[in-house]
Design a protein around this ligand. Sequence first.
Ligand code: FE2
Length: 288
Amino acid sequence: MSREVVRIITSHRQREGGGFIVRRPFPTRGFNHADPFLMLDEMGPVEYAPGEAIGAPDHPHRGFETVTYILEGEAEHADSAGHRGKIGPGDVQWMTAGRGIVHAEMPSRAMRDSGGRMHGFQLWVNLPARDKMMAPRYQEIPRAKIPSATTPDGLATVHVIAGEALGCSAVIETRTPIAYQHWRFDAGVSLDVPIPTDHTAYVYVFDGSLSVGGSVLDAGQLAVLGQGSGVAFAATGKAQALLLSGVPIREPVVQYGPFVMNTEREIEQAISDYRQGKLGEIDYSATH
Ligand code: FE2
């Protein structure tokens, strides 16, 4: 049975980090729960002049995962565990904050100095209670190692960040079953994509317009899918979308900014631990 669209959400614009603007389909007024996902932000596409690019300076996280996927531009990352990284087009950084980390997410030095085009996504994935206090970890996967495949008619290509599609299995390991797929469609495509029946599923269109389960969505819109074993895509022009699905965690979600726990008490603990420096701080002496 093919899934139908039960709801279409139009993303709103939101100011984030040091002041950059994102397009955010959720959370938004009237649609807070995309269990197991907490937030999706589209950064850009934006053309930065020299000296204009801004990011998110030092800030903490606890209790969930942040997934950064860059399409254009370059992002640098530094954190309290001593990790440094730079990701560019097609690369993915899947960070499991677990019990806590302090990090900075910035456009690369070259982009800050010279400007350039930036486009990417940040997805927040919730962790179940049993994993909220796990040790932080990274999966930093370059474009060349992200599996991708094209349909036999050549009209659809997928990059498999998590889960599987078109016979490709992701290299990224997730704590709960999740699919994260980036689809590129050409005019005339008509394709059924399987989705496990126990997953909740969402499609975010970010380029062109796309028929999802018979409903046409424009760039910036998110489709909340109903139950079923797959979804039908069709497009009359070029289009791109993210397909996100996962087994819902079905636990209480108590969020205070960058901390996402199960109870108020755990949030108070997170704030107290952060204030006492237990989530660490970034040592910049090593970077220059
Ligand atoms: Fe962050």
